[in-house]
Design a protein around this ligand. Structure first.
Ligand code: IVH
Length: 343
């Protein structure tokens, strides 16, 4: 057994290595060691931390496995309100959005946009203090959400500590937590076998998994995360949404690789149709295209209404409609006697 001095040193090395390899695996999709080797490092960390519980730190990768259950979620006030987005459904409405922007700015200069897939999950806020994740919350009513820090720490692609040189001060990051389609199907299969009620869609599965008082339950659910913005861009020294996302990737956040800059409304329109074609081949659900003014100075000038920013809009995909035939209905009886009809 190591003495405490050796344990301190070894823990530091292990955490550094695990952070590096988790980023390679979960964020970059490009692991450089075998899964078994990663597991060995992780088990060594857990063993050392259980031998020296006083050496467990807030940002230890061991928090990924979930801590003590909570009795209720504490409220968490957002640094600035988490707004919604106005929806549009056609290219005519997209053009009207741009005309309104230009009128508001009293400008006839072309505007550059960033186009992002609209993920169908749930919005969360992550607060980093001096590079350390200190608070994670749901959107709630936009002003006050629920403190789900312990649950969010179990999401493998959310950094517990930012990469790179020490980041001083506060950084407030926002993004979407979601389920992949395959993760959702697997979870529902398990639930059907256990006689538990099924989730209606990946969005509900994500919400149900995050809002678990016991973070160990959340830890067993394959939640994913993509970052899409910050509440306070100042610490990033970026002048555009594109740079913000670039900086966030450098700090270790997963950024959706389908995000593209578009220098005209025609380019936005092309991107919409491109995404609509890709939609069903993607591993996760998206329900539209978010179009954002790229320049942060223009965003600031445009501001927001009580509900939504004037510098962004959600171009929703047409609602999915399909006809199918139910071939059979099976009634599954679970352990508890609950009967679940499965079509
Ligand atoms: S930006 C102030 N970007 O859509 C800007 N939102 O209706 C607000 N969403 O609650 C959000 N993908 O959960 C933004 N790339 C994206 C998004 C996105 C999905 C969700 C988000 C928000 C809702 C707005």
């Amino acid at each position: 057994m190591a003495d405490k001095g050796q344990a301190i040193e070894r823990l530091q090395v292990l955490r550094e290595q695990l952070r590096f390899h988790a980023h390679r695996y979960y964020v970059l999709d490009d692991p450089v060691i075998a899964d078994g080797e990663y597991d060995r490092l992780f088990r060594e960390l857990l063993a050392l931390e259980s031998a020296f519980p006083e050496l467990v730190t807030e940002d230890s990768p061991s928090h990924r496995v979930g801590g003590r259950p909570l009795s209720s979620f504490a409220p968490a006030e957002h640094r600035t309100p988490m707004l919604s987005l106005d929806n549009i459904l056609s290219v005519e409405e997209l053009r009207a959005f741009e005309e309104k922007l230009l009128r508001f700015l009293k400008s006839d200069q072309p505007v550059c946009y960033i186009c992002e897939p609209k993920l169908d999950g749930l919005a969360v806020e992550l607060v980093y203090q001096d590079g350390l994740l200190v608070l994670g919350s749901t959107r709630g009513d936009g002003w006050v959400g629920e403190n789900v820090t312990a649950q969010l720490k179990t999401v493998a692609s959310i950094p517990l500590r930012l990469l790179g040189s020490a980041s001083e001060g506060e950084l407030v990051v926002r993004g979407e937590v979601f389920f992949s389609n395959s993760g959702f199907a697997r979870l529902n299969e398990q639930r059907a076998q256990a006689g538990e009620p099924l989730f209606a869609n990946p969005r509900n599965a994500a919400a149900g998994s995050l809002r678990q008082l016991d973070p160990k339950v959340t830890a067993r659910r394959p939640l994913q995360f993509y970052v899409y913005g910050v509440a306070n861009p100042e610490p990033l020294a970026a002048e555009s949404q594109e740079k913000v996302l670039h900086r966030l990737a450098e700090l270790g956040f997963p950024v959706n690789p389908l995000i593209r800059p578009c220098t005209s409304i025609t380019a936005v329109e092309q991107m919409f149709h491109h995404l609509l074609e890709l939609r069903h081949g993607l591993a996760y659900e998206i329900d539209g295209l978010v179009v954002k003014v790229d320049d942060l100075g223009l965003q600031q000038r445009l501001g927001a209404t009580a509900r939504a920013p004037r510098w962004a809009v959600a171009w929703k995909f047409p609602a999915l409609q399909a006809t199918t035939v139910i071939e059979a209905v099976e009634f599954q009886v679970g352990r508890t006697g609950a009967v679940t009809p499965v079509a």
